[in-house]
Ligand binder design. Structure first.
Ligand code: C5P
Length: 224
């Protein structure tokens, strides 16, 4: 049977903690990749640590959002890290996405749609007048047009994205209880896979507390 896939968000700036996360999340029942975000990648030794990782699925969550020339240069600047996946905000527009794609090489370029910490109310405040589902549908179309390799969206939108984007779908905003933290569009791991997400992303529910127990909880939830 195909294994469920999860990116564990390594949201810390401590190398010791990252090593523990990698050790304690190892499992033969699920496929685990490691997502490094702005906190770790901007820490003094973060970049060097990532460059030393071998035989791991790695995800550089840079969430790049800039003009085409800067996106192109940013992708080139991190090529030596050989990430399997790197994120860019789809909101930076088609030309920026295309420019980044030209420089991404073997790394899969992942388009981020509306953050899972936002809902329709917060979008209105930013100035978006269309509803979430419509915006995400348009963003998925752009991702397809730019030739991106994956899209990040919530489990609810996976079905919408699938209509126009046929490659990988990666889903954060995952919880197994009602402790949502700052996330708004939240679903369970099972719901995400059922809706067509290829990967789920989990940070705090895995890395806070007892990591081994948390991974076992996830496996039990998937086997229920
Ligand atoms: O701790 P939690 O499970 O909420 O972590 C989710 C991770 O996914 C964080 O590292 C966050 O930066 C990332 N992410 C997200 N929503 C997006 C894209 C990435 O929560 N749309």
């Amino acid at each position: 049977m195909r294994k469920n896939k999860i990116f564990v968000a390594c949201d810390t700036n401590k190398i010791k903690k990252i090593k523990k996360i990698i050790k304690d999340t190892a499992s033969s029942e699920i496929t685990v990749g490691y997502k490094f975000g702005l906190e770790f990648l901007n820490s003094v030794n973060g970049r060097k640590f990532v460059s030393s990782l071998k035989n791991k699925i790695t995800f550089g969550d840079y969430k790049i959002s800039d003009i085409p020339n800067t996106c192109f240069s940013a992708l080139k600047a991190v090529r030596d890290l050989n990430f399997n996946y790197i994120t860019i905000h789809i909101n930076c527009g088609l030309d920026s996405l295309k420019a980044a794609k030209k420089a991404s090489g073997k790394t899969k370029l992942v388009g981020v749609t509306v953050l899972t910490s936002l809902d329709n109310k917060s979008l209105k405040k930013i100035g978006f007048n269309e509803n979430l589902d419509k915006i995400i549908y348009k963003q998925a179309k752009l991702a397809n047009e730019a030739g991106l390799d994956a899209v990040v969206c919530s489990a609810h939108e996976a079905k919408i994205v699938k209509k126009v984007f046929k490659k990988e779908i990666i889903t954060p905003g995952i919880r197994m209880n009602n402790k949502f933290d700052d996330q708004k569009r939240v679903y369970t791991p099972k719901e995400a896979y059922k809706n067509g997400s290829d990967w789920i992303v989990m940070g705090r529910p895995i890395i806070k507390g007892n990591i081994k127990k948390n991974i076992q909880k996830l496996i039990d939830h998937l086997n229920q």
